[in-house]
Each structure stands twice: as C-alpha cells, then as structure tokens.
Design a protein around this ligand. Structure first.
Ligand SMILES: CC/C=C\C/C=C/C(=O)SCCNC(=O)CCNC(=O)[C@H](O)C(C)(C)COP(=O)(O)OP(=O)(O)OC[C@H]1O[C@@H](n2cnc3c(N)ncnc32)[C@H](O)[C@@H]1OP(=O)(O)O
Length: 720
C-alpha cells in the first residue's frame, strides 16, 4: 500500500492503492511506518511522499466511513510527517483531495505538475476536512481562500494553488526526478519555518468581514445544507484559537457532521452516482462488456429550444453538427439562438471568442434531411407528437447509414413506438435531455425491447463526453423522470382546487429543500409541455379534454393547468404562468392576482369548498405519489435500482442531494410509515391511481426489520 525505497539520501514513500490512492487503513499504516523508518535511518536526509498511478490521493477512504476507525489516525500520521527534522516533500500529480491534501499540508513542501488539482471536497460528503485541514489551510493561504475552498469543495488547478501559496513550485517533466532535485535543494535547511502548526492564520485581521460574507453566500446558495456552515465555523476557529485547541474544535464539529443524516445521504449519493454508470441490460450486456460505436459526426433534427441546447452540448466538445429544420426561417432562428447562447458564455468568461468561433464553424444548418446520410449519430428533437416522430424515424431509416445510432429526445413516448417506424429498431434509443439542455446535467437514456447493447453503450459514452450524468432506464410512457414528476403535477393541481395556492405549495417544497417548488418548475419547463402531453395521450385514446372534464381514464382530472394554458400563460417564456414574471423569459416569480382569482373561481365552479392545507399534507402529497411511482418503476424493471432514480432526481429536478433523493428519503422516513400514509391518501382519494400502493413498497414495508436501500431489489426478488 505504501512502497518504501531510498534513492541516495532520499527516502521515497510511494502510495500504491489503486485506483485513486484512497487513504485506507493500510495506507495510513504504511505512511506511519515509512516516516518512522526514514526518521530513524541516519543515511536519509530528506523524504518524498508521492502517489503511484493516476493520482496523488483522493483522500480518506469513504468506504471506511461507516466502520469503526482502525489503525493510525490521519492526524497522527500527519503529525509525524510534520515533526520530522528531515524535510518532507509532497510530490503531487492528478488530484490531491481531502485527506490527501491534509497529508500534503503536513509535509514541509509541496510541488506539483501543472495538470494537478488540489481541494477539500469533504463538504460535498456532508463533512469537513477533519484531519487538521480547516486549521492548516488558512495558515498556508489567506483565510478567505480557505473559507471558499473548504465550504464549496471546488478543485483548484495547480497554477492557482501556487498563486494561493498552497504549492511551493510547479514542475515540468518527470515528477519524481523533479521531486528528488527539489528535496536535494532543501536538504539540511531547517524545517521549522515550514511547519504550518507554528504559523499564524493569514488574514486573521479581516476574519469577521470574511466570515460574515462567506456565511451570507453559503446560506443564500446552499439553503438547508449544514456542512458548508459548519466548515466556515471550523475555519473561523483556526483564527480564534491556538492551533491545538482549534484541532479539538475541528474534531467536535467533524463528529457532529459525520453522524448527521445529511452526511449519510451524501455518502450514499457519492456511490449511487458511480453505480449508475455501471449499466446492465436484461440480456447481460453491460458497460463492462460493450463497446460504443465511434462517433465523429452528429446530426440534430429540430432547431427549437431543445434542439438548440442539444446542438450546443455537442458543439462544445467539438462534434460537428448537421442541424436540420423544416424551413429556412426556423433554421435561421435556431442558429441565431445558438450563437446568442455562445456569446453569453463568452460574456460570462465561460469560453473564449476563438472557442465560440470554432463551435459555430462546426454547425452545418440545412433544411435537407438527406444531409444526415453519413452521420454516426443523430438526435431527433422535435415537439412531442407520435406521428411526427414516427415520420422522422421512417425517413432516417432510409437516409442514414446502417451503423448510425438513431436517438430521440422524446420525454414521454415509448421508444418501442418510435422504433417500430424503422426496420432497424436495434439502432433506436432514447436520449432524454432536460431543459435547458445545455445546462441541465441529466441525460436519461432509454432502451426499448429491441435497442442493441452497442446503441446503449454509445449514448452512455456520449453522455460522459458531453459532461452529462447519464442514467439508463427501460422504456415506458414517461420513463422514470416524467412518470414520477407527472404525479407531483397532478397532485399539486388537485391541491390548488382544494384550497392551496401556487406560492404555498412552492414555499413548503422549497423549505423542504427543493431549489424551486413544483409550480415554478412547471413555469420553467413550460405549461404547454404538460398540456401537449395530456392532450396527445387523450387524442390517442379518442377522448377530448374540455374545461368540463372531471375524470380522464377513470381518474380524477383537474382542468386548472389546461385553463392556464388556454389563457396563454405558458410559464416564464411568456412572462406569465402560475406566477407573473418581470418580462417574457424573466426569472423573478411574483404572485399574480389573476391566477389566485382563476384558482378560486375554478374551485367554485367545481363546487369545491376550499380548505386550509397543512405543510405536512402538501409535502406528503407532493413527494409520496412520486415515491410510490418510483417503487412501481422498480417493480417493472424500468429503473434497475433505487440509486438510479435518486440520481435522476438530483440532476433532473434539483432534488437536494443532501437529502439523498426521493427513494433514499423514503428509506430514511421509514418504508412502513410511507406505506401507511400512501394507504391513508388512497382511502381519501380513491380516484387517483397514483395512490394505489405499490406491491414492492408493501412487501418492503412489511419486512420484519427495515431493509437497507442497497438490498431492496434482492429482497423483493427473494420474496417473489
Ligand atoms: C476519517 C476522516 C478523516 C479526515 C477527513 C478526511 C476526509 C476525506 O478525505 S473524505 C474524501 C475526500 N475526497 C473526495 O471526496 C474525493 C472523492 N473522489 C473523487 O472526487 C473522484 O473519485 C476523483 C476526482 C478522485 C477521481 O474521479 P474519476 O477519475 O472520475 O474516478 P471515479 O470517481 O469513478 O473513482 C474511481 C473509483 O474510486 C472510488 N473512489 C474515489 N475516491 C474514493 C475515496 N476517497 N474513497 C473510496 N473510494 C473512492 C470510486 O468510488 C470509484 O470506484 P468504483 O469504480 O468502484 O465506483
């Protein structure tokens, strides 16, 4: 785990714990033994700590977090490194994160290659750098920088870290050779000035202003999230207390965070996100055994909002894009909007002018679909209409080369239906982007009964390349995201006609932790989207939805969203939806009397006596139908595991990661309690099928003892 060797008068401690040199018990032990041996050996005059493989160290081993601490603690190992009278040099490449950076800060010197990154991402796991990081970072760099780094978890590139004083030197060429040269240059020099524990905190005279400003920012940007607040308090204590007392304070705060439910949720999230990448099809084909089709050229059909966003995603990572629209006017508009989005990115310094020009030169706009003949992958992004999409896929089947992967950005229509328009259903796959497509991180990839493993591998790989978090699901109407979200929308509308107002529902859900409430989400995505989907489904079933409709498909139906649509209140884009906005496309949601009156009038017309709806009821009626649907989705194999559903909710709907996602939240509340409340609502609202409790939920809720979320699927199979 730590290889010890000497090169002349230098001892080299090489951490060797693939894949990312996590500081597991054997690594801590190896470092502890290594430094003792180097100190004891009179022939050794300097020590180098370096990482083998792709990285210096990714920090403490997160898998050990739930277990009792064994072996030497990181702070004890660090103390030994610092107390050595022989200079200790950390030689950094790859990432130097968390406990890894703490080890480096215990060393007397830090050198790195230019591509290295350092950081304290602990906050993203709901904890703080608890091996003296909060006490030592503000002793090597300004306290404001330390507060920013520790409370955001951002990685800092080596050149910036050099500027901050975290690194002593950036080296070129072979890292070990450079480290040896560096160690020789400091050999024999006193190490005392390099022991951070003896240094004062930098910028301590500005502590109060810096702390107040950082705290304001954290509370505004990360509402409800404990760890950043506690991180700031810990760094503050570095400036207020002597080093050893600061360490004790850090330890107290660390222990508090480590035992919190937010930390448990974030640890779960860390592994869930990685597990989602390990996709597997029922055939057994998987990420591990399937190669993607090489993609060099792409096509996007539809230059509307979604098509523009998708094209931007592809252009940003250097894919040439053939952008197809049905007429020149729409095409020109689409290209203009793409250009505007890039200009905005330049203005916000997210890209250079040159990069923008390069991206724009990679678009080939056309109204001729035949131009797609040679693309490797095409994404259809026209509006949600079965006949239109089938028509496009029929044409693609004729036009595209046999190896092309044919993707559809449908958000609800079953991929089986779209693929059936082609003679190559194996090449057809869903790539469901979330609006705005160039900003939202989620890519819900959807396989049909015929989709080939290679097509799946290709879109999962594409997701990674364009910087998305991809989750693979099986086709059905609405897939995972919209199928679950749909019930929230339905239940929210029903609560509106019973007595709630949009701002009440949003406030409750925002207080719960959602970054924006469901009514604001509806305004953001567009009131017309839901309208189109509902009416498309009704049309397919030969039903006409009118303002008098009270039941649809045997279910209680609320016409309020349709009434909003008919008023042209389509959401943010029209400056009016469930709220009023300062302008079309505006962001500031204001309560609108017109909506309040519309809702009250609607209740009266329906003969419903409005009542006060409690916070608990709003929360449960928004969350539990989605959770119940999540269990059905698992039952049907639409999602392979609960973790996949939760990943979809963080990245698709900004569900607070520190609450773990709806399925994790259910596991925390207790499945028997969730089940009991769903049964209660089912009794009270018998005409809403989303309250019919899922079988899987019932089974898990009646288990003799709570089944951990990681075992839900195996437990349910064992009970079949
Ligand atoms: C007792 C505590 C005392 C002191 C406080 C110190 C606390 C800490 O140090 S907490 C840990 C802080 N570090 C992190 O949060 C870093 C987490 N890792 C990452 O951000 C990334 O993994 C990476 C940037 C280091 C590499 O990214 P990438 O190249 O994309 O690889 P993966 O993310 O897929 O990771 C590969 C593989 O390694 C596992 N892994 C990564 N980091 C850790 C870790 N710190 N502990 C345990 N395992 C880790 C990751 O799960 C992947 O494994 P699988 O392929 O099996 O999923």
């Amino acid at each position: 785990m730590v290889d010890y060797r000497t090169q002349g008068q230098i001892a080299i401690l090489e951490v060797n714990n693939p894949p990312v040199n996590a500081l597991s018990i054997h690594v801590r032990k190896g470092l502890d033994d290594g430094i003792s041996r180097a100190v004891r050996d009179p022939s050794v005059k300097a020590v180098i700590v370096i990482g083998k493989g792709r990285t210096f160290s990714s920090g403490a081993d997160i898998k050990e977090f739930n277990k009792p601490q064994e072996g030497p603690r990181l702070t004890m190992v660090g103390k030994k490194l610092e107390e050595s009278d022989k200079p200790v040099v950390a030689a950094i490449h790859g990432t130097c994160l968390g406990g890894g950076l703490e080890i480096a800060l215990f060393c007397h010197y830090r050198i790195a290659v230019k591509s290295a990154r350092v950081g304290f991402p602990e906050v993203l796991l709901g904890i703080l750098p608890g091996a003296a990081g909060t006490q030592r970072l503000p002793r090597v760099t300004d306290v404001a920088v330390a507060m920013e780094m520790i409370s955001t978890g951002k990685h800092v590139p080596a050149p910036k870290a050099l500027e901050y004083g975290i690194l002593d030197k950036i080296v070129q060429g072979d890292l070990l050779e450079e480290a040896v040269k560096f160690a020789k240059s400091v050999m024999g020099k006193p190490v005392q000035p390099c022991r951070l524990s003896d240094q004062p905190v930098k910028g301590a005279d500005r502590l109060v202003q810096v702390f107040d400003a950082a705290m304001r920012q954290v509370k505004q940007r990360q509402r409800g999230f404990m760890a950043p607040v506690v991180c700031l308090k810990a760094v503050r204590s570095a400036a207020e207390l002597p080093y050893n007392e600061g360490l004790l304070r850090e330890n107290t705060l660390f222990t508090e965070l480590m035992s919190s439910s937010q930390c448990a949720a974030l640890r779960y999230a860390f592994f869930a996100e990685r597990a989602a990448q390990r996709w597997q099809l029922p055939s057994g084909a998987s990420a591990a055994n399937t190669k993607p089709v090489p993609v060099k050229s792409t096509g996007v059909i539809g230059a509307g909002t979604m098509g523009q966003g998708i094209a931007i995603c592809l252009l940003r990572v250097d894919y040439p894009v053939i952008l197809v629209e049905q007429n020149q006017k729409l095409l020109d508009k689409g290209v203009e909007m793409i250009q505007l989005a890039f200009k905005d990115a330049v203005r916000r310094k997210l890209m250079t002018e040159d990069a923008m020009r390069h991206c724009m030169s990679n678009i080939s706009p056309t109204v001729d679909m035949q131009q797609l003949a040679n693309v490797d992958l095409v994404i259809e992004a026209v509006y949600e209409n079965v006949a239109l999409k089938q028509d496009i896929f029929r044409k693609l089947d004729v036009i595209c080369k046999p190896s092309a992967v044919l993707c559809t950005n449908t958000s609800t229509i079953s991929i089986d239906i779209i693929a059936s328009a082609t003679k190559r259903p194996g090449s057809v796959v869903g790539t469901h982007f979330f609006a705005p497509a160039h900003i939202m991180r989620l890519l819900e990839n959807v396989y049909s009964k015929d989709t080939s493993a290679q097509a799946v591998a290709t879109v999962m790989d594409l997701g990674k390349k364009i910087g998305k978090v991809s989750v693979l699901v099986k086709t059905c109407h609405g897939f995972v995201a919209n199928r679950m979200f749909h019930h929230q929308g339905q239940e929210a509308a029903l609560m509106l006609e019973e007595g709630a107002l949009p701002e009440h529902i949003d406030k409750v859900m925002e207080d719960f932790g959602m970054s924006i409430g469901p009514m604001k989400v509806s305004d953001l995505s567009g009131v017309d989207i839901g309208w189109r989907i509902r009416h498309e489904v009704a049309k397919m079933e030969g039903v006409e939805l009118t303002s008098q409709t009270r039941f649809f498909r045997g279910e209680r139906y609320c016409t309020l969203p349709d009434k909003l649509y008919e008023l042209g209140r389509l959401g943010r884009k029209t400056g009016k939806g469930w709220y009023r906005y300062e302008k079309p496309g505006g962001r500031v949601a204001m309560v609108d009397d017109e909506v309040t009156n519309l809702i009250k009038k609607h209740s009266a017309e329906m003969g419903i006596e409005r009542r006060g709806i409690s916070t608990q009821e709003i929360q449960e009626r928004i969350l539990y139908p989605a959770i119940n649907e999540g269990f059905r989705i698992l039952e049907e194999g639409v999602a392979a595991k609960p973790e996949d559903i939760d990943v979809i909710w963080w990245y698709g709907f900004s569900f607070p990661r520190y609450m773990g996602g709806p399925m994790f939240h259910a596991s925390q509340v207790g499945l028997s309690k969730v089940y009991e409340r769903i049964c209660y609502y089912h009794q009270n609202f018998p005409y809403s099928s989303h309250w019919v409790p899922s079988d899987l939920l019932r089974k898990l809720a009646s288990a003799p003892s709570p089944v951990p979320i990681s075992q839900w699927m195996s437990y349910s199979q064992s009970k079949l």
